[in-house]
Write a protein that binds this ligand. Structure first.
Ligand code: SF4
Length: 228
């Protein structure tokens, strides 16, 4: 049986995905939960925001959607991966890291930082829960110093709460959950059939917090359970 690392090397190149929500903006992703240590509240228990994760249901359970994410988990470990990503992003002006999954490895985070540094023509949006682990702080600080990078630490709650100055995004039950305050932007994809439709707030470093109204059947079920 072929060694999985050898198999990745034999088909070496990052697998890029496109989600309809993001107006065709491309992303590089990993398998949800398997690469999300920040999603765990206590052994066997996910934080509320991850209980309804869209990336564990719907199209994301199909093998053709899972396969590129599993490929990427091995592929990033190649020596040439950073060079390949920089070449892959030559024509991108916006890029989303981790539509699913998270930066589970410090070595991966350092490689992503290098890609960001070497692609100043492209705006990068990176949502993550890895800020919970102190060893990642330095690499996130370096990412945040780049003009073309928006790193958003995700809050764990689904009631709209967040820690000011720490979190860059939070989820609430509905649009009217959130207070209209300076530096806060409400995601209005729900007004556009779930699509960004030209909005690029998540990539905008000047916006401190994005508030996402809950969506998706699984998340609504979690919210329903919580509100009983
Ligand atoms: S805030 Fe704007 S850019 Fe971010 S997900 Fe919502 S619509 Fe898209």
């Amino acid at each position: 049986m072929e060694n999985p690392v050898t198999k990745a090397i034999n088909t070496a190149w990052p697998k890029i995905s496109v989600t309809s929500k993001l107006d065709g903006i491309r992303s590089w992703s990993l398998q949800a939960l398997d690469t999300c240590p920040g999603s765990i509240e206590s052994p066997g228990v996910l934080v509320d925001a991850c209980k309804g994760c869209y990336a564990t249901t719907g199209n994301y359970v199909f093998s053709n959607v899972k396969a590129p994410r599993e490929h990427n988990r091995l592929d990033w470990q190649r020596i040439d991966w950073t060079d390949n990503m920089v070449a892959e992003l030559e024509r991108d002006r916006y890029f989303r890291w981790l539509d699913s999954g998270d930066l589970y490895s410090l070595a991966l985070a350092e490689k992503v930082l290098e890609v960001m540094q070497r692609t100043p023509w492209c705006k990068h949006w990176l949502p993550t829960r890895m800020h919970k682990f102190p060893k990642f702080r330095m690499v996130f600080d370096q990412m945040r110093q780049l003009d073309n990078v928006s790193v958003r630490f995700s809050a764990d709650s689904i009631d709209g709460s967040f820690i000011p100055g720490l979190h860059g995004s939070t989820i609430g039950p509905a649009a009217d959950t959130f207070q209209q305050i300076d530096g806060v932007s409400l995601c209005r994809a729900y007004e556009h059939e779930g699509k960004c439709s030209g909005c690029r707030a998540c990539w905008d470093k000047s916006i401190e917090l994005i508030c996402y109204p809950a969506h998706g059947r699984k998340m609504m079920k979690v919210i329903g359970i919580k509100s009983i």
